[in-house]
Design a protein around this ligand. Sequence first.
Ligand code: RP5
Length: 168
Amino acid sequence: MPPPDESPLPLPILEEFGEGGPLVAILIGSESDREAIEAAGVELDNRGISWELRVLSAHRDPRAVAEYASTAALRGVRVIIAGAGMAAALPGVVAAYTDLPVIGVPLTSSKSVLGGLDALLSIVQMPPGVPVACVSVNGSRNAAVLAAKILAQGGGYPRSPGRPTADS
Ligand code: RP5
């Protein structure tokens, strides 16, 4: 019988995983949010922190959000900034799929009836056990500053002991 082949098996699905990814992921719920989130990228650039931006809607493309959020840590992402307007579910849904810290940015939208207060309440009122940090309405720059402060702490991310029960 031939000896077992000890060369590593090709795992194409893992090829994009590794430490080479950006440290910060900036997510927005719509192309219409792009201008409002730009200050976050500028602030990260000024601090020499790597980042990427993705347009992912929690309501229109929830599977893509789940896939992105659940694999972000494997790609080296350490903090996620998620900006959205109106019924801003994106930061909360992302937090449901990752143990990485998530910073929500409530954004004003031309379609908002409450000028961003709708998004603020949607982001900040998370259930116990699934926190999302929240900056001010259109506080994109502050989200980047907070991400930088989190990164400056170093250390790892302990495994979650499991999702909380409804009454915890
Ligand atoms: C939210 O709905 C987005 O984050 C955006 O702020 C708002 C409107 O989206 P569009 O209809 O402009 O794509 O989900």
